[in-house]
Design a protein around this ligand. Structure first.
Ligand code: TRP
Length: 372
């Protein structure tokens, strides 16, 4: 296994999350914090309970504010350069839960500029994906009254004046250090972190408020916000709080992350029931033994079995999940049988998503930010 790499533009190898916590200087979400969330809103989302959201920065400060009756807002985003897959959607399922439970606004950034600058794609192609991706975000069932889409090139008029203030505080050497850039990276990509920083405080600028911001994200995005946190107090804004999610592993096993450029390794939000079945049966890495006899005798490895791991996202009942794991470990359940359980769960999940997605286009205007 090679050295693992985690940053917004590269994920390589199997990610060691304990090591990331140390390297990034983030804090593990512990039992005490989980209990505190439970006490505040009456329950805890399974993704937090199960350690999928495993680390944070300043989450206590958000909860302190909430306890005092102060509002905060959520911010997350997507770089639109391809179809949405199951890996993207998991962070957003938690975002939806947070919006509902804490009754807060969400600002959702579509970074069409970022993807244009970083990918070998035309501006028009990126615009197509921006719209496609919006449909999937709307299909999460977010509340349009409390959700605002920011599209970087479309909202440039309100974002750019703030982005230059941020950019003035960031040096090229900070960007090089965070992303490993060299002199041959294009200058737009060097500037881009300023644009991703803007929504951390833009709602406050627009509405003349001073609320805290909480960013749920895949941990690969952390380097951008480490820079944001370093500079924005100089501009009179509050450092954002963050909760970090582990990356959903690709179908082919625990190395790397899911990507829509490798459709075999991912399940897309638009995949049909038969595609779901085919992909999982054909590609999901098995933690089972080579023969049925051996499997019955030695049992399977839950930790590397993709179907077992993916069930964390789709089997909400802790008891049922534990039962599947324990039977698989003992060899009572075969890999094919766990895959079958997963296939059915994913088929139901995506059928519901696709129904909402088919209805989403006419809602776009309700979500895209415009000044009231
Ligand atoms: N850079 C992210 C991507 O490539 C998109 C993004 C913008 C984002 N703002 C964010 C992700 C805030 C998480 C949180 O997909």
């Amino acid at each position: 296994m090679g050295k693992s790499v985690v940053n917004p533009y590269e994920i390589k190898g199997a990610v060691n999350y304990d090591r990331l916590v140390k390297e990034f200087g983030i804090t593990k979400i512990d039992e005490k914090l989980i209990k505190r969330i439970e006490k505040l809103v009456g329950e805890v989302h399974p993704f937090i309970r199960r350690g999928i959201f495993f680390a944070h920065r300043d989450l206590e400060k958000i909860l302190d504010a909430y306890e005092k009756g102060e509002k905060f807002f959520l911010y997350t985003g997507i770089g639109p350069s391809g179809p949405i897959h199951l890996g993207h959607i998991q962070t957003w399922r938690l975002v939806k839960w947070l919006q509902d439970k804490f009754n807060v606004e969400l600002w959702f950034q579509f970074t069409d500029d970022e993807k244009f600058l970083y990918k070998d794609m035309s501006y028009e192609e990126i615009q197509k994906w921006t719209k496609e991706n919006m449909l999937d975000v709307i299909a999460l069932g977010l509340d349009p009254k409390k959700t605002h889409f920011l599209i970087d090139t479309k909202h440039a008029g309100i974002m750019y004046p703030e982005a230059i203030k941020v950019a003035k505080k960031i040096t090229f050497s900070m960007i090089k250090g965070a992303f490993g850039f060299t002199d041959s990276n294009n200058i737009g990509s060097i500037f881009y972190t300023a644009m991703q920083t803007v929504p951390v405080f833009l709602p406050n600028v627009l509405n003349n408020k001073h609320e805290r911001c909480l960013i749920p994200l895949g941990v690969d995005q952390e380097p951008h916000f480490r820079i944001s946190r370093d500079v924005i107090e100089k501009l009179g804004h509050i450092k954002p709080a963050i909760i970090h999610s582990k990356m959903m592993i690709p179908l082919t096993g625990i190395e790397g992350k899911m990507s829509s450029t490798e459709p075999d390794k991912a399940i897309l939000m638009t995949d049909s029931p038969s595609e779901i079945k085919k992909k999982i049966n054909k590609h999901a890495f098995s933690g089972g033994q080579d023969t049925v006899e051996e499997h019955r005798k030695k049992g399977g490895n839950v930790e590397v079995d993709v179907a077992c791991q993916w069930l964390k996202y789709f089997e909400e009942d802790d008891k049922k999940l534990e039962e599947i794991y324990s039977k698989y470990r003992k060899g009572e359940l075969l890999s094919g049988e766990v895959k079958k359980i997963l296939i059915e769960k994913v088929q139901v999940f995506l059928a519901e998503h696709q129904k909402r997605r088919a209805n989403a286009e006419k809602l776009i205007d309700k979500f895209v930010y415009s000044k009231k």
